[in-house]
Design a protein around this ligand. Sequence first.
Ligand code: ATP
Length: 241
Amino acid sequence: AEADVLLSVANIESAYGPIKAIRGVSLKVRKGEIGTVLGSNGAGKSTILKTISGVLDPTRGTVMFKGADITGKDPAEIVRGGLAHVPEGREVFPLLSVRDNLLMGAYTRHDKDGVARDMEQVYTYFPILRERQAQDAGLLSGGQQQMLSISRALMAQPDLILLDEPSLGLSPKLTKEIFEIVVRINRERGTTILLVEQNANMALNAADYGYVLENGRIVMEDRCEVLREKEDIREFYLGMK
Ligand code: ATP
């Protein structure tokens, strides 16, 4: 039923000046699930996430989160409401230590013990971050910065994490590791996740429900196990015949 829908996007359109990047997108993510939006370079995936997290105001349509209309709200307010965005390209604070980056993610919280517990937990997900906790984040490798960026989002104790292209610039091995942890976070913490990816293979294996975006429009949606078997998906997104 509608009751278990955590995020509901209806008919959103967003533009960069005269360029319409998304043209009437609707999608839902249910509580506890991993949702994914697949699409090639420039299809509009990042624009969808930016519109949900309030970075970009849509020219039409609505974004509902936990039953409330958050369309056009201030991004900081949206984060406080329980929605964290891990943007493409990570965007860690390069001159702050790994530990201070994590604390930045928790800046809205006042429960010191809870923050300490969550920091311990992210260090169990990504032990390399514990080893590097005193180092400047700018010195981390790309994969480690991705880990830090996901961890910083977790420090806000979000109900929903928007994950933009976690595989970008990572080796297949590291991509696999990151996806395994993302699934683990979902299973262990119950955090709902919406991830957008060009790497359809990884995304379809990790997620429960998927949407296919082409030229700013959703052209297909289904449970990921069904999408994986579809002829056009296999051909165009998985490179199989
Ligand atoms: P990518 O993986 O390359 O980020 P994407 O599917 O996330 O692709 P978007 O970044 O959402 O795609 O871009 C959708 C469209 O909007 C593209 O045509 C892109 O060129 C355009 N676009 C994105 N950002 C801007 C911007 N800041 N100014 C102008 N046009 C933009």
